[in-house]
Design a protein around this ligand. Structure first.
Ligand code: ATP
Ligand code: MG
Length: 285
């Protein structure tokens, strides 16, 4: 039987979360000591572990059918692959930063500057969009020290918390793109592989939906029931059952993590009691 081959970063900021996503999707790997490839038990899938830089090309060539990479790497390599799912982790930005002491009015200030980066393609597109011409200086790592050692006037690099910039005396002046982990796929998958991919994506989406939702149970006074229900749309609609105590109902529903605290505050104001919030392991969407 055919197996889908997925490329995952061997070690780095994407590895752990990508492997735990597979695990939560019920795909356990028998890789005792981190081999370069590993087969799943009970699912037709094989993982190959690569440097993230190599993943887009391997997927384009069909060596791997699909891969998990940062969107930044997908954009930089500009390979002939499709972005088929956003995964929501390893979020970061790609930004231009300059020495803290320098003034900055807008992109036009970058005209004629030397900008050091590991992402020349994304930077080139960004500058072209803004009609700025600058000198792109490629560095494969340690980009943030380029201004202090005099090899560049500015940098274009990954920023997450910004602490690396601060400790190198830099400040962010432009955000060119936002990035998160994504699934990319070869454009030419045969029907068997497509069918396995559909199953895999279904599982991944169920895991992601579960982690962004919570199960909520509460007791509601009947005179406020309609208002409470309107705050809790649930998957179809909330379950409402009468409590043994006259005038009260038990309400069960699903709540989005992103609106969680707002909704809880409103529920309390409406007199809801005994609110329980429970994590959901899988949510079949
Ligand atoms: P490799 O050895 O595989 O080439 P790498 O050093 O190029 O690894 P990592 O630093 O492990 O890459 O980052 C992998 C991806 O994680 C990046 O392409 C980016 O999408 C994302 N990423 C990088 N830095 C951060 C960060 N500080 N916070 C969140 N996500 C990040
Ligand atoms: Mg890399």
């Amino acid at each position: 039987m055919e197996k889908i081959r997925i490329a995952i970063q061997k070690s780095g900021r994407l590895s752990e979360k990508s492997l735990s996503l597979l695990k939560e999707a019920g795909i356990s790997l028998d890789n005792g000591s981190r081999k370069l490839r590993s087969e799943a038990r009970f699912f037709p899938l094989e993982v190959i572990f690569l440097r993230d830089d190599d993943i887009p090309q391997y997927v384009e060539d069909g060596v791997a059918h699909i891969g998990i990479v940062g969107e930044n790497e997908y954009a930089e390599k500009a390979c002939e692959v499709d972005l088929i799912e956003r995964l929501g982790y390893s979020r970061c930005k790609l930004s231009i930063a300059i020495p803290k002491s320098e003034s900055y009015r807008g992109v036009e200030d970058l005209e004629g500057k030397r900008i050091a980066t590991s992402y020349p393609v994304i930077l080139k597109n960004f500058l072209a969009e803004h009609g700025v011409s600058a000198d792109i200086h490629f560095l494969s790592g340690s980009v943030e020290i380029a201004p202090s050692i005099g090899v560049a006037d500015a940098i274009f690099d990954i920023v997450s918390s910004g602490s690396t910039l601060i400790s190198n005396g830099l400040k962010e002046v432009e955000v060119a793109m936002k990035s998160e982990a994504v699934v990319i796929a070869n454009r030419d998958l045969d029907d068997d592989i497509q069918a396995i991919l559909a199953k895999l994506l279904f599982r991944i989406r169920s895991v992601m939906a579960a982690s962004s939702n919570k199960y909520i149970l509460l007791n509601a006074p009947n005179d406020k029931l309609q208002e409470i229900i309107s705050l809790l749309p649930g998957m179809k609609s909330p379950t409402v059952m009468p409590l043994a105590e006259e005038g009260w109902s038990s309400v069960h529903s699903v709540l989005r993590e992103s609106t969680f605290w707002e909704v809880i505050d409103r529920l309390k104001e409406l007199g809801a009691q005994g609110i329980l919030v429970i994590p959901i392991e899988k949510m079949i969407v």
